[in-house]
Design a binder for this molecule. Structure first.
Ligand code: SF4
Ligand code: SF4
Length: 284
Protein backbone atom coordinates (compact mmCIF):
# COMPACT_ATOMS: atom_id res chain seq x y z
CA UNK A 1 0.00 0.00 0.00
CA UNK A 2 1.25 3.48 -0.88
CA UNK A 3 1.31 5.67 2.22
CA UNK A 4 1.06 9.37 1.45
CA UNK A 5 1.44 12.39 3.69
CA UNK A 6 -0.17 15.74 2.96
CA UNK A 7 1.96 18.53 4.48
CA UNK A 8 -0.51 21.27 3.49
CA UNK A 9 -3.57 21.94 1.36
CA UNK A 10 -2.25 25.32 0.19
CA UNK A 11 -1.09 25.80 -3.41
CA UNK A 12 1.18 28.31 -5.15
CA UNK A 13 -0.77 28.16 -8.43
CA UNK A 14 -4.37 28.64 -9.54
CA UNK A 15 -4.71 26.23 -12.42
CA UNK A 16 -7.83 26.73 -14.45
CA UNK A 17 -8.39 22.95 -14.73
CA UNK A 18 -8.13 22.29 -10.99
CA UNK A 19 -10.70 22.51 -8.23
CA UNK A 20 -8.19 24.32 -5.98
CA UNK A 21 -9.68 27.60 -4.82
CA UNK A 22 -13.00 26.96 -6.56
CA UNK A 23 -16.23 27.32 -4.57
CA UNK A 24 -17.30 23.84 -3.50
CA UNK A 25 -13.77 22.36 -3.92
CA UNK A 26 -11.70 21.35 -0.89
CA UNK A 27 -14.00 22.39 1.96
CA UNK A 28 -11.35 22.15 4.69
CA UNK A 29 -9.70 25.27 6.08
CA UNK A 30 -6.26 25.96 4.63
CA UNK A 31 -3.45 24.76 6.88
CA UNK A 32 -0.20 22.92 7.54
CA UNK A 33 0.76 19.87 9.61
CA UNK A 34 0.87 21.03 13.24
CA UNK A 35 3.72 20.20 15.64
CA UNK A 36 1.73 17.51 17.56
CA UNK A 37 0.62 15.89 14.28
CA UNK A 38 4.23 15.97 12.99
CA UNK A 39 5.37 14.17 16.18
CA UNK A 40 2.58 11.59 15.94
CA UNK A 41 3.34 10.88 12.25
CA UNK A 42 6.94 10.20 13.29
CA UNK A 43 5.86 7.77 16.03
CA UNK A 44 3.39 5.97 13.78
CA UNK A 45 5.86 5.59 10.88
CA UNK A 46 8.51 4.30 13.26
CA UNK A 47 6.14 1.69 14.72
CA UNK A 48 4.65 0.62 11.38
CA UNK A 49 7.65 -1.01 9.68
CA UNK A 50 5.96 -0.71 6.27
CA UNK A 51 6.97 -3.07 3.48
CA UNK A 52 6.92 -0.19 0.96
CA UNK A 53 10.00 1.82 1.96
CA UNK A 54 9.06 4.99 0.06
CA UNK A 55 6.60 7.51 1.50
CA UNK A 56 4.84 9.84 -0.92
CA UNK A 57 4.29 13.48 -0.14
CA UNK A 58 1.28 14.63 -2.06
CA UNK A 59 -1.95 16.50 -1.65
CA UNK A 60 -5.24 16.29 -3.49
CA UNK A 61 -5.54 20.07 -3.32
CA UNK A 62 -2.31 22.01 -2.91
CA UNK A 63 1.45 21.79 -3.36
CA UNK A 64 3.84 20.23 -0.86
CA UNK A 65 6.45 22.96 -1.40
CA UNK A 66 4.08 25.48 0.22
CA UNK A 67 4.88 23.77 3.53
CA UNK A 68 7.73 25.80 5.05
CA UNK A 69 9.11 22.83 7.04
CA UNK A 70 9.36 20.48 4.06
CA UNK A 71 13.07 19.77 4.65
CA UNK A 72 12.40 18.88 8.32
CA UNK A 73 9.55 16.58 7.27
CA UNK A 74 11.69 14.74 4.71
CA UNK A 75 14.61 14.49 7.19
CA UNK A 76 12.25 13.03 9.81
CA UNK A 77 10.90 10.45 7.33
CA UNK A 78 14.47 9.53 6.32
CA UNK A 79 15.39 9.25 9.99
CA UNK A 80 12.70 6.61 10.64
CA UNK A 81 13.89 4.54 7.67
CA UNK A 82 12.00 5.65 4.55
CA UNK A 83 12.87 7.51 1.38
CA UNK A 84 10.51 10.14 -0.02
CA UNK A 85 8.85 10.70 -3.37
CA UNK A 86 6.99 13.92 -3.95
CA UNK A 87 4.76 15.69 -6.41
CA UNK A 88 4.91 19.41 -7.12
CA UNK A 89 4.23 22.14 -9.67
CA UNK A 90 7.91 23.12 -9.20
CA UNK A 91 7.28 26.81 -8.51
CA UNK A 92 8.68 27.05 -4.98
CA UNK A 93 11.36 24.36 -5.21
CA UNK A 94 14.17 26.94 -5.08
CA UNK A 95 13.21 27.60 -1.45
CA UNK A 96 14.59 24.16 -0.59
CA UNK A 97 17.58 23.75 -2.89
CA UNK A 98 20.43 22.86 -2.50
CA UNK A 99 19.63 21.50 1.02
CA UNK A 100 17.13 19.10 -0.60
CA UNK A 101 20.01 17.31 -2.36
CA UNK A 102 21.39 16.03 0.96
CA UNK A 103 18.18 14.10 1.75
CA UNK A 104 17.09 10.63 0.64
CA UNK A 105 14.67 11.34 -2.21
CA UNK A 106 13.40 8.50 -4.40
CA UNK A 107 11.97 10.86 -7.02
CA UNK A 108 10.45 14.28 -7.63
CA UNK A 109 7.52 14.47 -10.04
CA UNK A 110 6.82 17.86 -11.55
CA UNK A 111 3.63 18.76 -13.32
CA UNK A 112 4.09 21.76 -15.62
CA UNK A 113 3.96 23.00 -19.23
CA UNK A 114 7.28 22.27 -20.89
CA UNK A 115 7.86 24.08 -24.18
CA UNK A 116 4.97 26.51 -23.79
CA UNK A 117 5.38 30.27 -23.67
CA UNK A 118 5.31 32.16 -20.36
CA UNK A 119 1.95 33.62 -21.47
CA UNK A 120 0.43 30.21 -22.21
CA UNK A 121 1.75 28.95 -18.89
CA UNK A 122 0.27 31.79 -16.88
CA UNK A 123 -3.11 31.55 -18.58
CA UNK A 124 -3.32 27.88 -17.50
CA UNK A 125 -1.44 27.91 -14.15
CA UNK A 126 -2.83 31.31 -13.10
CA UNK A 127 0.59 32.67 -12.01
CA UNK A 128 3.60 34.21 -13.78
CA UNK A 129 6.10 31.55 -12.75
CA UNK A 130 7.18 29.93 -16.03
CA UNK A 131 10.81 31.10 -15.93
CA UNK A 132 11.13 30.21 -12.25
CA UNK A 133 9.86 26.66 -12.83
CA UNK A 134 12.16 26.12 -15.82
CA UNK A 135 15.14 27.35 -13.79
CA UNK A 136 14.19 25.05 -10.90
CA UNK A 137 13.99 22.09 -13.28
CA UNK A 138 17.47 22.89 -14.62
CA UNK A 139 18.86 23.06 -11.06
CA UNK A 140 17.21 19.76 -10.21
CA UNK A 141 18.56 18.10 -13.34
CA UNK A 142 22.07 18.96 -12.20
CA UNK A 143 21.48 17.02 -8.95
CA UNK A 144 21.39 13.24 -8.56
CA UNK A 145 17.68 13.16 -7.69
CA UNK A 146 15.59 11.22 -10.23
CA UNK A 147 12.96 13.54 -11.68
CA UNK A 148 9.94 12.98 -13.83
CA UNK A 149 8.23 15.82 -15.68
CA UNK A 150 4.53 15.56 -16.48
CA UNK A 151 3.42 17.94 -19.20
CA UNK A 152 -0.20 18.92 -18.63
CA UNK A 153 -0.54 19.66 -22.36
CA UNK A 154 -0.14 15.92 -23.02
CA UNK A 155 -2.84 14.84 -20.61
CA UNK A 156 -5.72 12.90 -22.11
CA UNK A 157 -7.91 12.36 -19.05
CA UNK A 158 -9.36 15.35 -17.29
CA UNK A 159 -11.50 15.54 -14.21
CA UNK A 160 -14.64 17.60 -14.00
CA UNK A 161 -14.43 17.42 -10.18
CA UNK A 162 -18.11 16.62 -9.98
CA UNK A 163 -19.14 19.55 -12.15
CA UNK A 164 -16.71 22.21 -10.84
CA UNK A 165 -14.60 22.15 -14.02
CA UNK A 166 -15.89 22.45 -17.57
CA UNK A 167 -14.24 22.10 -20.97
CA UNK A 168 -13.71 25.90 -21.04
CA UNK A 169 -11.35 25.55 -18.05
CA UNK A 170 -8.98 23.14 -19.83
CA UNK A 171 -5.83 24.21 -21.69
CA UNK A 172 -6.60 25.28 -25.30
CA UNK A 173 -7.39 22.39 -27.63
CA UNK A 174 -8.35 19.92 -24.89
CA UNK A 175 -11.72 18.29 -24.50
CA UNK A 176 -13.39 16.77 -21.48
CA UNK A 177 -13.89 13.06 -22.12
CA UNK A 178 -16.96 11.36 -20.76
CA UNK A 179 -16.03 9.46 -17.63
CA UNK A 180 -19.35 7.71 -17.57
CA UNK A 181 -17.76 4.28 -17.83
CA UNK A 182 -19.27 1.36 -16.00
CA UNK A 183 -17.58 1.18 -12.61
CA UNK A 184 -18.62 -2.29 -11.57
CA UNK A 185 -15.49 -3.16 -9.61
CA UNK A 186 -14.29 -1.05 -6.65
CA UNK A 187 -11.40 1.32 -7.32
CA UNK A 188 -7.82 0.35 -6.57
CA UNK A 189 -7.58 3.56 -4.52
CA UNK A 190 -9.67 1.91 -1.80
CA UNK A 191 -7.06 -0.86 -1.51
CA UNK A 192 -3.77 0.62 -2.62
CA UNK A 193 -3.51 4.07 -1.03
CA UNK A 194 -3.85 5.90 2.26
CA UNK A 195 -3.29 9.60 2.83
CA UNK A 196 -2.45 11.12 6.20
CA UNK A 197 -3.99 14.56 5.79
CA UNK A 198 -2.35 17.63 7.32
CA UNK A 199 -5.06 17.53 10.01
CA UNK A 200 -4.12 13.97 11.08
CA UNK A 201 -7.22 12.48 9.44
CA UNK A 202 -6.54 9.39 7.34
CA UNK A 203 -8.19 9.36 3.95
CA UNK A 204 -8.46 6.15 1.97
CA UNK A 205 -7.22 7.77 -1.23
CA UNK A 206 -4.92 10.68 -2.11
CA UNK A 207 -6.45 11.53 -5.51
CA UNK A 208 -9.45 13.46 -4.25
CA UNK A 209 -10.47 15.02 -0.96
CA UNK A 210 -13.80 14.50 0.71
CA UNK A 211 -14.94 13.88 4.26
CA UNK A 212 -16.55 10.71 2.83
CA UNK A 213 -13.06 9.30 2.17
CA UNK A 214 -11.87 9.86 5.76
CA UNK A 215 -11.64 6.52 7.56
CA UNK A 216 -9.67 7.22 10.72
CA UNK A 217 -7.31 9.62 12.49
CA UNK A 218 -3.63 9.14 13.18
CA UNK A 219 -3.59 10.78 16.61
CA UNK A 220 -4.77 7.79 18.68
CA UNK A 221 -3.22 5.02 16.56
CA UNK A 222 0.02 3.09 17.04
CA UNK A 223 0.57 2.01 13.43
CA UNK A 224 -0.76 2.87 9.98
CA UNK A 225 -1.87 -0.75 9.55
CA UNK A 226 -3.93 -0.59 12.78
CA UNK A 227 -5.64 2.59 11.61
CA UNK A 228 -6.63 0.99 8.30
CA UNK A 229 -7.53 -2.47 9.58
CA UNK A 230 -9.77 -1.25 12.40
CA UNK A 231 -11.74 1.15 10.22
CA UNK A 232 -15.41 0.17 10.03
CA UNK A 233 -16.09 3.00 7.59
CA UNK A 234 -13.50 1.64 5.15
CA UNK A 235 -15.18 -1.79 5.30
CA UNK A 236 -18.55 -0.14 4.64
CA UNK A 237 -17.20 1.85 1.65
CA UNK A 238 -15.66 -1.26 0.08
CA UNK A 239 -18.64 -3.53 0.80
CA UNK A 240 -21.22 -1.10 -0.61
CA UNK A 241 -19.32 -1.02 -3.90
CA UNK A 242 -18.71 -4.80 -4.04
CA UNK A 243 -22.22 -5.87 -3.04
CA UNK A 244 -24.49 -3.20 -4.48
CA UNK A 245 -22.31 -1.29 -6.92
CA UNK A 246 -22.77 1.83 -4.79
CA UNK A 247 -19.77 4.13 -4.72
CA UNK A 248 -19.07 7.42 -2.99
CA UNK A 249 -20.16 10.49 -4.96
CA UNK A 250 -16.53 11.64 -5.12
CA UNK A 251 -15.62 8.42 -7.00
CA UNK A 252 -18.34 8.67 -9.65
CA UNK A 253 -16.46 10.84 -12.15
CA UNK A 254 -12.92 10.70 -10.76
CA UNK A 255 -10.47 10.29 -13.66
CA UNK A 256 -8.08 8.27 -11.47
CA UNK A 257 -10.51 5.34 -11.24
CA UNK A 258 -9.04 1.93 -12.03
CA UNK A 259 -10.72 -1.34 -11.07
CA UNK A 260 -8.77 -2.98 -8.26
CA UNK A 261 -8.85 -6.26 -10.22
CA UNK A 262 -6.55 -4.75 -12.87
CA UNK A 263 -3.60 -5.61 -10.63
CA UNK A 264 -4.35 -9.35 -10.54
CA UNK A 265 -4.00 -12.06 -13.25
CA UNK A 266 -6.65 -11.92 -16.01
CA UNK A 267 -8.15 -15.35 -15.30
CA UNK A 268 -8.72 -14.50 -11.64
CA UNK A 269 -10.03 -11.08 -12.62
CA UNK A 270 -12.72 -12.62 -14.86
CA UNK A 271 -13.77 -15.01 -12.10
CA UNK A 272 -14.12 -12.19 -9.59
CA UNK A 273 -16.03 -9.97 -12.03
CA UNK A 274 -18.37 -12.88 -12.86
CA UNK A 275 -19.02 -13.46 -9.18
CA UNK A 276 -19.81 -9.80 -8.62
CA UNK A 277 -22.38 -9.84 -11.43
CA UNK A 278 -24.08 -12.98 -10.12
CA UNK A 279 -24.19 -11.78 -6.49
CA UNK A 280 -25.74 -8.48 -7.58
CA UNK A 281 -28.35 -10.31 -9.69
CA UNK A 282 -29.40 -12.30 -6.63
CA UNK A 283 -29.65 -9.12 -4.58
CA UNK A 284 -32.17 -7.59 -7.02
S1 SF4 B 1 -0.62 23.13 -8.99
FE1 SF4 B 1 -1.87 21.31 -8.67
S2 SF4 B 1 -3.10 21.68 -6.81
FE2 SF4 B 1 -2.20 23.65 -7.48
S3 SF4 B 1 -3.84 24.60 -8.64
FE3 SF4 B 1 -2.48 23.51 -10.10
S4 SF4 B 1 -3.35 21.42 -10.34
FE4 SF4 B 1 -4.28 22.40 -8.53
S1 SF4 C 1 -12.35 6.76 -7.82
FE1 SF4 C 1 -10.81 8.37 -7.43
S2 SF4 C 1 -11.31 9.17 -5.39
FE2 SF4 C 1 -12.36 7.20 -5.61
S3 SF4 C 1 -10.96 5.74 -4.70
FE3 SF4 C 1 -10.55 5.80 -6.91
S4 SF4 C 1 -8.90 7.24 -7.22
FE4 SF4 C 1 -9.75 7.58 -5.17
Amino acid sequence: MEICIEPTNICSAKCTFCWYGKDGGDLRPKGFISKPTFGQIRRVLKNSNLRQRVISLSTPSGDVTCYPHLLDLIAMINDVGYRVRFYSNGILLDRFMPELFKLKIASINISTMIGSTPKEYSSTFGVDSYDRVMQNIETLKASKIPISIKDVQKRTRWDDFNGLITEADLPPGHTMPSLNEHRRIPCYGLYGKALIEYTGDISVCNCRQSSDLVISNIMDKRTVQAAIRSSESLKAIRNSWWLWGEMLDICKTCSHYHPMTRQIPRILRRTIEGLVVSVRRQER
